[in-house]
Design a binder for this molecule. Structure first.
Ligand code: FES
Length: 350
């Protein structure tokens, strides 16, 4: 093995041409020492920079935790009314920013530390047979312990202290959200805003929908009439009530009960995927399949939205509907079972 001496500018020597001809191994080019290897001031600068990055990571974690409580989507929010989309946006922005800063600067500090301060020795080692004898294993252990020594951990208490601080406060970013878990949802998931007599309205403008306006194979994104910004727990109610209606030819329907809960082939289903809750509303008109974009669960709306592919385990809950005297589509009641992801006592009566 031939190496450079880190304290000098000698180069790795070229190896002789192999026996029998061929090109001689040109060896490695002259080794360029980094500034921190030859200039103590540059070394201290790099050390301070690495420590500063760990400190920035700590500040990122502090920003995350502070934002979590000061820009809550449903509680205290310094920039917006709680329970509004603005409150959700500010919360997402600041907590995301805090976590990004926290994780990014830990990574950046590690990379800069490795590139500027870790040992920079060039080494050449001839290939040898695989497998180590006892002596080789002893040397491996020796190399590892030398590496720990050479990494300078024991000589750089500033970096070590800052790094320990950064890693120590990072878990707080996980604990902060946990501290606000609860109370238990109780029967909240068993009920939505839908109830008998509420008209089905278009999600984007709130106008009611007549059965005669629903063309064959079309899809509408719907919300219950009366669900507005003024509604208590508006965002939560919207999330639970989100649904779609599709119109199929009743003659292709395979599930009598599902057809009976619709009106003339117009069927209403929850839009919340029963896997982990993404909006499942990609409708294939030709196949009458409803797709969830997150993990590709596929529901057959001609067969009561049963799962025909993907990780979801149960059909999309169907909203029973009828028409009122003026021809508008109205709900006959709430969803018969909880919407969204399944949980252990989902069919327990509440
Ligand atoms: S959330 Fe729909 S498939 Fe996973």
């Amino acid at each position: 093995m031939t190496t450079t001496d880190p304290s000098s500018r000698t180069t790795v020597s070229a190896l002789a041409a192999p026996e029998g001809g061929g090109f001689p191994n040109p060896g490695l080019p002259p080794h360029e020492h980094r500034a921190a290897d030859v200039d103590p001031r540059a070394e201290r600068r790099a050390e301070r920079l690495v420590a500063a990055m760990f400190v920035l990571s700590i500040l990122g974690t502090v920003l995350f935790v502070a934002s979590y409580f000061l820009f809550s989507p449903t509680g205290t929010n310094l920039l917006a009314e709680p329970d509004t989309l603005h409150a959700v946006r500010w919360n997402t922005l600041f907590t995301g920013l805090g976590l990004a800063i926290s994780v990014f600067f830990i990574g950046a500090a590690a990379v800069h530390w490795a590139k500027t301060l870790m040992p920079d020795h060039e080494m050449v080692e001839e290939r040898h047979e695989l497998g180590s004898d006892a002596e080789g294993q002893r040397q491996a252990v020796q190399i590892l312990s030398d590496g720990i020594q050479e990494s300078g951990i024991t000589r750089r208490p500033l970096i070590v202290t800052a790094m320990v601080g950064a890693f120590a406060v990072l878990p707080i970013a996980v604990l902060a959200p946990l501290s606000t878990l609860g109370p238990l949802p109780g029967n909240k998931l068993h009920h939505t805003f839908w109830k008998a007599g509420l008209r089905l309205t278009r999600d984007h403008d709130g106008t009611p929908i007549k059965a005669s306006e629903v063309a064959m194979n079309s899809i509408f994104h719907i919300m219950p009439e009366g669900l507005t910004n003024e509604t208590e727990n508006y965002l939560e109610e919207r999330a639970k009530a989100a649904a779609v209606i599709v119109r199929i030819d009743p003659s292709i329907g395979q599930d009598e009960e599902s057809l009976a809960n619709g009106y003339n082939g117009i069927l209403a289903f929850s839009k919340i995927c029963t896997h982990v809750g993404c909006p499942a509303a990609l409708y294939e008109q030709q196949t009458h399949h409803m797709l969830c974009p997150c993990h590709q669960s596929t529901f057959d709306v001609t067969d009561g939205a049963k799962v025909i592919f993907g990780p979801a385990h149960r059909p999309l809950p169907q909203l029973p509907i009828e028409v009122d005297a003026e021809g508008y589509l109205v709900a006959k009641g709430d969803f018969p079972e909880p919407i969204g992801p399944s949980f252990w006592d989902i069919h327990k009566e509440k």
